[in-house]
Design a protein around this ligand. Structure first.
Ligand code: ADP
Ligand code: ADP
Length: 233
């Protein structure tokens, strides 16, 4: 079953009189429960692709069907609602709110979704336990290590039970060992049924995924299963 299906996805940026074709007709599907890595050199269109999949921007041409829903014709507000309902995001720089505890950071997406306070707290605690941070829920970001902050961010991404988790260089700010621990969490979520799209420029991080999409000059140049996959315990 398709979770994501894009056809002929094209994006042209206009800057003054210059037009840059950042994506040149991408056609690809991601199945429910797949763990896919997106790779490619700088400027190849990875961020543009993720911004479109993440409903942060719309395509110039082509179609995008997310969990059976065609999103190309939606306006900005409709996209924002769908983004909060269907997608969870994890970023390189964690993007947590500095003044809020881990618990309050994880509760935020549910606040926007209109879930009642008690239920928010219950679900946030469960999500923090799931990423191994049950004993740090009242810590603020500056009281946590990089790896712990990324766990908080993963808990926040999970808490609305998203159709897809989108992770953009989630290990980029972490040392090798901590990065591996974070990838082990993504693999665990994948084993539990999550659909994950990961952008990374590190080949050893991409090998935690089961499939790699390679971009070059705005085109999808390869789409292959990972042969020498890293499988964490
Ligand atoms: P990557 O993430 O692989 O480095 P990007 O998607 O950021 O690639 O960029 C693809 C191309 O689109 C590049 O040529 C880049 O300069 C251009 N581009 C990206 N974002 C914008 C923007 N907001 N305005 C104009 N050009 C952009
Ligand atoms: P690591 O070296 O493993 O990345 P740190 O040395 O930053 O982690 O933190 C080790 C432990 O100390 C963590 O469990 C973290 O929660 C706790 N810790 C770090 N900084 C603070 C702080 N400012 N206040 C309270 N606890 C902290």
């Amino acid at each position: 079953r398709n979770m994501i299906k894009v056809s002929n996805l094209t994006k042209i940026y206009h800057t003054g009189t210059v037009a840059v074709q950042a994506l040149k007709g991408i056609t690809v599907s991601v199945q429910k429960g797949e763990f896919v890595a997106v790779m490619g050199p700088s400027g190849s269109g990875k961020s543009t692709f993720m911004n479109l999949l993440g409903l942060l921007d719309t395509a110039t041409e082509g179609t995008y069907i997310l969990e059976g829903k065609e999103v190309s014709a939606l306006n900005k507000n409709q996209l924002a609602v769908l983004r909060n309902q269907k997608l969870g995001f994890v970023f390189q720089a964690f993007n947590l709110i500095p003044g809020l505890t881990a618990l309050k950071n994880v509760e935020l997406p549910m606040l926007y979704a209109g879930i009642k306070p008690k239920e928010r707290t219950r679900r946030a605690l469960l999500a923090l336990q799931r990423v191994g941070l049950g004993d740090r829920v009242h810590h603020r970001p500056h009281e946590l290590s990089g790896g712990q902050n990324q766990r908080v961010a993963i808990a926040r991404a999970l808490v609305n039970k998203p159709a897809v988790i989108m992770a953009d260089e989630p290990t980029g700010a972490l040392d090798t060992q901590t990065g591996e621990e974070i990838m082990a969490i993504f693999q665990q979520l994948h084993r539990e049924g999550a659909t994950i799209v990961l952008v990374t420029h590190e080949p050893d991080i991409a090998r935690y995924a089961e499939r790699i999409l390679r971009f070059k000059d705005g085109r999808l140049i390869s789409d292959e299963l990972v042969e020498n996959r890293i499988v964490s315990s």
